[in-house]
Design a protein around this ligand. Structure first.
Ligand SMILES: *Cc1c(COP(=O)(O)O)cnc(C)c1O
Length: 425
């Protein structure tokens, strides 16, 4: 028995499924949880002494790689001055100024501890601002684990959803409308029917939690236009894409500016941070100025704030994005000739699926368009890559992440291992 297996057996006695977040159990790839011990740059090492090139990167926060020396140094210094203050302090001020000075559609920002919390607050705020109840979300987008977002499409036409988790009351599910990605006609019908009940639509403008599902400009523009016509708000969930595709996330690249935006992952430099930002008159509705309550004992924790501050300062001049884009295209090119492998990549996000896209332009834009083989064959692919020293995201639906610590050599090793997968050759 490996040490990982030994620890996992113990963990199952004291923790549901042996893990503190489900995907870590590695069930989706036919394995058991890997206990990792340390990580540095682009590599991660397990408790049995095996090293891997890491393409999961903590599911997105680590754009500068593991244990970035500048972040570590700043964190050490901050810890020496106190780990939690429960007062106002200046790291969060500097981080808020850096973001609001750089991102035109964020006048004001509130820091929380996770992406889930940011989404919860965005929804409450949108309901308060509009006096309406219904929230529109899209099948295939993930917005954290708050009740109203654990909803999938109901049967039949786009409209009220069904709970996607036990314990979510039907009454809450009924207030979440669910539409399909990449379906302009369905979206139009939904707005015809429900437009005036909608407080806000929330969307990952580049959906990256169900593979990578780039949306067309026409689809996103129709959503924005319909919302405007019906006096409802647009919430971009940029928990993955914010500060990753560009400093201003997808909104910067597309020129579409949301009313509210949620951040997480990269914004915390590897520590637990989420944030909600947007137009001043909306943000001013939050307590203590306004009537919408929101609070957090450890919100804007100074250690997490300084990590985020250093991480974002290193991204601010944009050179890291050019570097990452180049490296990601290097990877996509290295795999482009493989007929049996679908690679979808945007900036430093990538998704690999075994099989071919059965769509007119060869791009998968909705969950329904993901080839069945990409899901069925992923376990074998993941285990093959793991055996070759490469740690991919442990689910066929999670995207891979590049960091500035990944070199062309790391990417070449990935490409070589992919080509050695028997079914691909
Ligand atoms: C990860 C994620 C969340 C949830 O963030 P947590 O910090 O895990 O709570 C919300 N939205 C999107 C788009 C995410 O990728």
């Amino acid at each position: 028995m490996s040490r990982s297996e030994e620890y996992f057996a113990r963990a199952r006695n004291v923790t549901p499924g042996g893990v503190h977040s489900p995907v870590r159990a590695l069930r989706a790839v036919g394995g058991t949880a890997l206990f990792m011990e340390s990580a540095s740059g682009a590599t991660i090492r397990d408790v049995d002494g095996n090293g891997y090139i890491d393409y999961c990167m903590s599911f997105g926060p680590l754009i500068h790689g593991h244990s970035d020396p500048e972040i570590i140094e700043a964190v050490h210094a901050a810890i020496d001055r106190g780990t939690s203050l429960g007062t106002a302090e200046q790291y969060s001020l500097e981080l808020a100024e850096l973001i609001t000075d750089s991102i035109a559609w964020v006048d004001s920002i509130r820091f929380v501890n996770s992406g889930t919390e940011a989404v919860m607050t965005a929804i409450r705020l949108a309901r308060a601002a509009t006096g309406r109840v219904k929230i529109l979300k899209f099948d295939g987008c993930y917005h954290g684990h708050t009740d109203s977002m654990l909803i999938r499409a109901g049967s039949g036409l786009a409209g009220p959803g069904q709970a996607d988790s036990a314990g979510v009351p039907a009454g809450i599910a009924a207030d979440t409308l669910v539409a399909k990605l990449d379906d302009l006609h369905g979206l139009e019908q939904l707005f015809d029917r429900h437009g005036d009940e909608i407080a806000a639509a929330i969307i990952e403008p580049l959906p990256a939690n169900y593979g990578l599902l780039p949306q067309t400009g026409a689809f996103l523009q129709m959503l924005a236009d319909q919302l405007q016509r019906h006096d409802a708000l647009l919430i971009f969930d940029e928990v993955i894409t914010g500060f990753r595709l560009a400093f201003g996330g997808f909104a910067e690249i597309s020129g579409m500016h949301p009313d509210l935006v949620t951040y997480g992952k990269v914004i915390g430099g590897g520590f637990p941070v989420g944030a909600l930002g947007g137009r001043r008159e909306l943000m001013d509705l939050l307590a203590p100025d306004g009537p919408v309550y929101q609070a957090g004992t450890l919100s804007a924790n100074p250690v997490a704030m300084v990590a985020g501050l250093v991480a974002l300062r290193k991204l601010h001049d944009g050179s890291a994005y050019r570097e990452l884009d180049e490296r990601a295209s290097h990877l996509a090119n290295a795999l482009a000739d493989l007929d049996d492998l679908l690679v979808q990549q945007r900036g430093s996000l990538f998704w690999m699926g075994l099989g071919q896209a059965d769509t007119p332009d060869g791009i998968v834009r909705s969950p329904e368009a993901i080839p069945e083989s990409a899901v069925k064959r992923y376990s074998a692919f993941f285990q093959h890559m793991l055996g070759n020293g490469i740690y991919l995201p442990p689910s066929p639906f999670e995207v891979g992440f590049l960091s500035t610590a990944h070199t062309d050599q790391h990417l070449d090793e990935l490409a070589v291992a992919v080509r050695q997968f028997p079914a691909i050759q």
